[in-house]
Design a protein around this ligand. Structure first.
Ligand SMILES: Cc1ncc(COP(=O)(O)O)c(C=O)c1O
Length: 382
């Protein structure tokens, strides 16, 4: 007979929280990889699956036989290498910034930047749809925090009027859950009017634009700092904060997610360097991606109850407005061989549950035709 084991109070708490998730239909599980057509990953240009990139990384590693497997320590102790510092300069030059500091991930970059920069008495103002890593960074600071309505200039101005001390406004250039772009120039003009500093997370824009949207619009001299992540269109891992030399020195001294962690491995650095090299020579994949975005938007039949969110990026979302319908739609697409995922509340606000379709340079016309036909069919009956 099996003996029943009583749960400790901590285990009871854990179980209750998981049970709550199960009853709300929001229990998260890890799924193994699949062979469906990729309309889900952030590998917009196909760099993560590029054999050319894989071979270039191998060659780069072979060309540096003395490079270590692991970094052996924090950048401030044993973990710094000239290769990383040169890479930072190279990436900063690509985006036309004075300097850059590498972080192990975009999450770490936002955490380190926001938590160290703003002090008690300062103000951080965030778009309400800003990525969780920015929110977490802001929470770790002692600054006053406000959020403004998504992409809403008037709402931002209301919050700017309340700001005290040094003020930092943080936006994304392409929003990860909506795929839309903010009125960047208007936001910048407004932040400048109030003497605030604009920080732009370019995670989903680099790739569609070779050096990001801020650079595309020629605004790099006016935007205080950029966050560029390498796990999306660059197909590898890590991130950089771009800004002035002064900002870089400050982050080296105060950003805890930079200081108290083992530095990136040489493999990671070589991957980033080779991914940028590929990006610099890249035109065909960017054109393919743009063509696929245009094709999808042209051919999808709009449905008044289930609108397509306004987006010119690789991220296209159809609002299903309930967890149930979003899950059902994703199941239909997956059964048709298409890897499309539902984005449920509470990840997005209740009533805005959706399917999120990520388009790629490598998706073929046949892939897109199947995707569009499947959506056009089920949307009338769901
Ligand atoms: C807008 C944005 N910023 C930051 C991150 C975090 O980047 P990373 O995946 O490199 O930690 C993500 C990734 O989900 C993101 O979408």
């Amino acid at each position: 007979m099996q003996k029943s084991i009583a749960l400790t109070s901590a285990e009871k708490y854990i179980k209750n929280k998981l049970d709550e998730r199960t009853s709300a239909g929001t229990y998260r599980t890890l799924k193994p990889e699949n062979n469906l057509i990729d309309f889900c990953s952030n590998d917009y240009l196909g760099f993560a699956r590029s054999t050319e990139l894989k071979n270039n990384i191998s060659t780069e590693i072979q060309n540096h036989p003395y490079a270590l497997n692991g970094a052996t320590g924090s950048r401030l102790l044993s973990g710094n290498v000239t290769y990383a510092e040169e890479l930072e300069q190279e990436i900063a030059a690509h985006h036309q910034y004075e300097a850059g500091l590498l972080f192990n991930s975009g999450y770490d970059a936002n955490l380190g930047l926001l938590s160290s920069l703003a002090q008690r008495g300062d103000t951080i103002i965030l778009d309400e749809l800003i990525h969780a890593s920015v929110i977490d960074g802001a929470r770790l600071s002692y600054a006053n925090r406000y959020s403004f309505r998504h992409n809403d200039i008037n709402s931002l101005e209301t919050k700017l009027k309340l700001s005290k001390g040094n003020c930092y406004v943080v936006i994304e250039s392409i929003y990860s859950m909506n795929g839309d772009t903010p009125p960047l120039l208007e936001i910048l003009n407004l932040t400048e009017k109030y003497g605030a500093h604009l920080i732009v997370d370019e995670a989903h824009a680099v790739g569609l634009y070779p050096a990001g949207l801020v650079n595309e619009m020629g605004l790099q001299n006016r935007v205080f700092a950029l966050i560029v992540t390498f796990g999306k269109a660059l197909g590898c891992h890590g991130a950089i904060v771009l800004g002035s030399n002064l900002l870089r020195e400050y982050l080296i001294n105060f950003a805890r997610s930079f200081i108290y962690t083992t530095a990136s491995s040489f493999h990671q650095l070589a991957s980033i360097k080779m991914a940028y090299k590929l990006l610099r020579n890249e035109t065909a994949d960017i054109i393919n991606l743009k063509n696929n975005i245009n094709l999808f938007k042209r051919q999808l039949r709009p449905h008044e109850n289930f609108p397509l969110l306004d987006s010119d990026s690789a991220i296209q979302c159809i609002l299903l407005k309930s967890n149930d319908k979003a899950r059902k739609a994703a199941n239909i697409l997956q059964n048709a061989g298409l890897d499309v995922r539902a984005i449920l509340s509470p990840t997005v606000a209740a009533g805005t549950e959706r399917i999120r379709i990520c388009l790629h340079a490598f998706n073929t016309t046949d892939d897109l035709t199947l995707l569009i036909a499947t959506i056009n069919q089920f949307i009338n009956v769901i």
